[in-house]
Write a protein that binds this ligand. Structure first.
Ligand SMILES: NC(=O)c1ccc[n+]([C@@H]2O[C@H](COP(=O)([O-])OP(=O)(O)OC[C@H]3O[C@@H](n4cnc5c(N)ncnc54)[C@H](O)[C@@H]3O)[C@@H](O)[C@H]2O)c1
Length: 334
């Protein structure tokens, strides 16, 4: 496969590393509106034949590309995906899939022969896979309730080093759309379709510096299940993400790579699912490589890629519902 990257900032390095790790693939082109960044990434991951460009349009016009990786700011995801997919070029895009429902509908309705994959790499964490397997096996019984906590640190420097971060128009929100969306995705992956949400968002620690929220709390109702969700980037460190599912036959507690089962007789079993091959920062999880590998496998075999635009509709709806509920101070029903 001949691959290309648009947006050569922080996360692009992880995509580039993963692509170069897969046999039979070549990174042929790099594009960034800041040409120097495209050149830098090419220097680290390209070869003499690979090229650096200053725009997506020029890169697509001049290169034969099989897969485009979109690693740009949030507001560019949909326009860039639509431009590329409508030319029947496969797209692997970073989260979030879109920043509004109108944009998301545009993505859903695109006519293309190409595949679209969305990078919710935490689904490939071994701890997540183990929990999904236990839930599907029926061993845990029905889920009765859930809670999820993301308590991370993003300081002023994080927001000022990239101009789009912290801007409502470019980022589409803050702690929720950028960081906690992964945990929200896992909640819907484990539990299913939400029926309503009531939520509040607030900026506690970066008022006057960012326009978006640094903290969100949500009471999410699923059929017969309620989930408490709390996420903040105003904490003093990047603590392990906690998801707890209270089930009929056991409590399932996930703290990043560790899963604890608490059985009805109060005995506990803790399993560690630390993954060996990691790329990037710990709090990104270690699933990028596996997620990208699976996407390319699906392209080669013609199998459907599981995290496609339909699959992420649920988390998109819930995330936008949280923002709507907070803005209108009312319950949002789906
Ligand atoms: N999956 C994860 O765990 C994870 C982790 C980090 C970031 N991300 C996502 O990756 C994306 C990028 O984040 P980042 O932290 O790498 O940001 P970044 O600011 O470091 O990089 C973005 C790059 O896009 C370039 N860019 C901006 N406008 C452009 C345009 N019109 N054309 C071409 N290039 C343009 C910028 O110059 C910059 O180099 C975001 O969607 C973010 O949410 C995902």
């Amino acid at each position: 496969m001949r691959s290309a990257i648009i947006g050569c900032g922080s996360i692009a390095k992880i995509h580039a590393g993963a692509i170069c790790n897969l046999p039979g693939n070549k990174l042929v082109a790099f594009a960034d509106c800041n040409l120097e960044k495209a050149k830098d990434l090419k220097k680290s991951f390209g070869d003499d034949q690979s090229k650096a460009y200053a725009s997506l349009e020029e890169m697509i016009a001049k290169e034969e590309i099989d897969v485009l990786h979109i690693c740009t700011p949030h507001y560019l995801h949909v326009p860039m995906a639509v431009y590329t997919l409508s030319r029947h070029i496969n797209v692997f895009m970073e989260k979030p899939p879109a920043i509004s429902w109108q944009e998301f509908k545009e993505l859903q309705s695109i006519k293309t022969t190409a595949k679209l994959g969305v990078c919710f790499q935490n689904r490939y964490n071994k701890s997540v896979e183990a929990i999904k397997e236990v839930l599907l096996s029926g061993k845990a019984g029905q889920i009765l309730g859930a809670r999820a906590f993301v308590t991370w640190q993003r300081d002023e420097k994080y927001y000022t080093e990239s101009d789009w971060r912290g801007s409502q128009a470019a980022e589409g929100g803050g702690a929720l759309i950028n960081q906690a969306i992964h945990t929200l995705d896992l909640l819907t992956y484990f539990i299913g379709t939400p029926t309503s949400v009531e939520a509040t968002t607030i900026n506690h620690h970066l008022r006057g510096i960012i326009e978006v929220e640094d903290t969100v709390e949500a009471y999410i109702q699923f059929e017969n299940i309620a989930a408490s969700f709390y996420a903040t980037t105003a904490f003093c460190m990047n603590a392990p993400v906690l998801i707890e599912l209270v089930c009929e036959n056991r409590i399932i507690r996930m703290e990043d790579t560790e899963v604890t089962y608490i059985f009805q007789d109060h005995t506990k079993e803790t399993l560690s699912f630390k993954m060996e091959q990691g790329l990037g920062k710990d709090y990104w999880g270690q699933g990028h490589l596996l997620c990208i590998k699976d996407f390319y496998y699906c392209l080669e075999t013609g199998n459907p890629f599981k995290i496609d635009v339909q699959e992420v509709a649920q988390v998109m709806q819930l995330m936008l519902g949280i923002y709507e509920s907070s803005k209108n101070k009312s319950v949002v029903y789906f």
